[in-house]
Design a protein around this ligand. Structure first.
Ligand code: SF4
Length: 423
């Protein structure tokens, strides 16, 4: 090891746990990408106008494309009598299903208002499943801001999906997490080249897809925010495979190797399959990393992607980590990435935004990764920022996207340099 290489290992470092005012999305936002992934599903949020407005602004132009989500808005009369709310919901669902016969899975998504007034959506979902079975399966999960932060909405949805899956003893690999189609295809190709059979992805694209789980199901997460889904899989008897997350050349290789080891793929075969794409990724990252090397970065908590992304930036792009904040840290899932962070990194969980802002000004990092609400105010104070939401919506996993991932961080730094020169 070179003398100046940072000492690695944050797996057992103390985590700064904070509770206070936080600036994050609620879990409803995950509907924006989930509805595109699950082609026969419809997401009906039971909430207020605030929830409807949030979805509209998060979905942006997508709202003009007849999306498969909507909000059943709770009116004052619903708040006065719960019986009315149930009847109203029943009526809404029946109207919706008669208009959209393509819907096979209906998700009733809980929100802060539906939770505060205690509408029992899981019982409603059970009753509706009985009523519309076998044509439509009705599932409930919560995306409320009281219970979930941003990507945790996908976790809550997937956990509910897993709970409803049939059992099987088949030996198979399940990959957990929604990915853009093109990235998922690349992943499936690599797994196929490794000789793996019986591989499926959750959430499944169509309700009719043949997926089941049991004691011979091995599973691995492709996203670090799937703690509840991970635990539900374990409860169902499935066996976890834990590894670094597939960001960058090295992260992807380690993720694939963990699977290969579990399924007894030889090292020689593995090396042969990954050699070319790995080299391509390393070269592509090197071309971008020159703009990142030696620059410091600070992560505000947003999506739980922070720890694996920080590992990628430090280990593969030569960035220096100051603080890495995550809204929630599921240690069994991110252990490998935590263990690979430089020991000097401050890890924080949760948020007290004012205190965190004081810290970011003290560090004065070259790059700050944060939400939309903080980005412009921080830019006006002279910090270069990267909007964290883009990391959730852009294809960033696996070899072919590795350089694009590095570019997402390099771009704001370059822009700041250009603006400095031109003023
Ligand atoms: S679920 Fe809660 S946090 Fe999310 S938009 Fe509705 S009221 Fe706001």
């Amino acid at each position: 090891m070179p003398k100046d290489a940072p000492q690695l290992g944050c797996a057992d470092s103390p985590i700064l746990k904070e509770r206070g005012q936080h600036e994050v999305f609620c879990g409803l936002t995950s509907i924006v990408w989930l509805h595109r992934k699950m082609q026969d599903a419809f997401f009906l949020v039971v909430g207020s106008r605030t929830c409807a407005h949030l979805l509209q602004s998060a979905a942006g132009v997508m709202i003009f494309a007849e999306p498969r989500f909507a909000t059943a808005i709770l009116e004052e009369t619903d708040l006065a009598g719960m019986a009315d709310a149930h009847e109203e919901l029943d009526r809404n669902v029946s109207q919706l299903l008669s208009r959209r016969p393509d819907i096979k899975r209906l998700f009733l998504v809980g929100s802060c208002p539906s939770e505060v007034i205690k509408i029992d959506l899981s019982t409603v979902a059970e009753k509706l499943t009985e009523k519309y079975s076998p044509n439509v399966n009705v599932i409930n999960f919560s995306g409320s801001g009281i219970e979930t932060t941003f990507t945790q909405g996908e976790d809550a949805c997937l956990e509910a999906v897993i709970r409803s899956l049939p059992s099987s003893e088949k030996t198979q690999l399940a990959v957990l997490g929604a990915l853009p189609d093109i990235v998922q295809d690349q992943m499936m190709r690599l797994l196929e080249q490794l000789g793996l059979e019986n591989v499926f992805v959750l959430p499944q694209v169509k309700f009719d897809d043949d997926v089941s789980i049991g004691a011979n199901t091995h599973f691995i997460c492709v996203q670090p925010f799937l703690g509840a889904s991970y635990e539900e899989m374990v409860r169902r008897g499935a066996q976890p495979i834990c590894a670094n997350f597939p960001f960058g050349a090295d992260g992807t290789t380690r993720w694939l190797w963990a699977i290969a080891e579990r399924f007894d793929v030889s090292k020689a075969k593995f090396d042969k399959v990954v050699a070319a794409p790995k080299l391509r990724a390393e070269q592509a990252i090197a071309a971008v990393a020159s703009d990142l090397r030696g620059k410091s970065v600070f992560f505000f908590p947003d999506s739980q992607l922070e720890i694996p992304l920080a590992r990628f930036l430090a280990a593969e792009c030569g960035m220096e980590l100051t603080e890495v904040g995550s809204p929630f840290i599921h240690k069994s899932l991110v252990y490998a990435d935590l263990a690979d962070l430089p020991a000097t990194t401050q890890i924080s969980e949760g948020q007290d935004v004012d205190k965190q802002l004081d810290r970011v000004f003290d560090y004065n990092p070259d790059l700050t990764v944060c939400g939309l609400g903080l980005a412009n105010p921080l830019e006006s104070k002279g910090l270069s920022t990267k909007w964290a939401i883009e990391l959730v919506f852009s294809p960033i996993h696996f070899y072919e996207q590795a350089a694009d991932l590095a570019s997402l961080f390099a771009r704001p730094l370059k822009r700041a340099d250009l603006l400095k020169v031109s003023t």
